[in-house]
Design a protein around this ligand. Structure first.
Ligand SMILES: Nc1ncnc2c1ncn2[C@@H]1O[C@H](COP(=O)(O)OP(=O)(O)O)[C@@H](O)[C@H]1O
Ligand SMILES: [Mg+2]
Length: 224
């Protein structure tokens, strides 16, 4: 199988206050292969979101190597990173990250508008993902009028609209009640079974049980 993510000795240090470094990632290694679902477990503050941001090219490592497919991320310009983010990565966030006063259709269109896709193909693609996630009736509804589960479906549909190679999910069931969680589990199960590559940060044992591999994160490093 092809390697999609390859990280070696990656560190990330923040300087929230001058001269006081926070070592969020400490010499971390990670390999993820195409078609795998990998779950990352760890207490708050262990560096999970920092790691997802770096994998998703929202941020860069302070040190170490990161290859996404065959591309050396260290050598990429900011412009190229933005391109990679848009075409290769689908983000699903705990707080959904949607624009509240826009409709599902408009929210899902956003990544498409930033991509090189032809505008006349947009509506077909958006309608497609709305149907795939069982929410065609939400197309014209504004996000603030939706339930948590509906918002998360819209967020997942948005993450998928550009057909990314890699789906990154940061505690995607963290803000949902238990019956809604079950619906979202099914979506992730389907994504996994359809051969998508997924890296998912979670505290939710049910989500971790779906994964092909579970990695534990502690103090900015990963353990089996
Ligand atoms: N932008 C930032 N600036 C400074 N410190 C940060 C920033 N983001 C995260 N941190 C710190 O890095 C560490 C790891 O945070 P994070 O990656 O958010 O962990 P997790 O997602 O596991 O809770 C924490 O100590 C956190 O306070
Ligand atoms: Mg986090």
């Amino acid at each position: 199988m092809n390697k999609l993510v390859s990280m070696k000795n990656v560190s990330k240090t923040y300087f929230p206050h001058k001269d006081v470094p926070v070592h969020a990632l400490n010499g971390l290694d990670l390999e993820v292969f195409e078609g795998e679902m990998v779950a990352i477990f760890g207490v708050s503050g262990s560096g999970k979101s920092t790691l997802l941001h770096i994998i998703g090219c929202l941020d860069r490592p302070t040190e170490g190597e990161y290859f996404l497919k065959d591309e050396d991320i260290k050598k990429c310009s900011d412009r190229r990173l933005a391109e990679i983010r848009n075409s290769e990565i689908g983000f699903v966030l705990q707080d959904f990250g949607l624009i509240p006063y826009r409709t599902a259709y408009e929210n899902i269109s956003v990544p498409f508008l930033f991509s090189k896709g032809k505008i006349k193909e947009m509506s077909g693609r958006v309608i497609n993902v709305l149907e795939q996630f069982g929410i065609p009736e939400l197309s014209k509804r504004k996000v603030y009028q939706m339930s948590g589960g509906q918002k998360q479906r819209v967020a997942i549909a948005r993450a998928l609209v550009n057909e990314p190679s890699l789906i990154l999910a940061d505690e995607p069931t963290g803000a949902l009640d238990s019956s809604t969680k079950i619906e979202i589990y099914d979506i992730f199960k389907d994504l996994r079974n359809s051969g998508k590559t997924i890296i998912i940060v979670t505290h939710d044992k049910e989500v971790a049980d779906m994964a092909d591999r579970v990695l534990n994160m502690k103090d900015g490093a990963l353990f089996r």
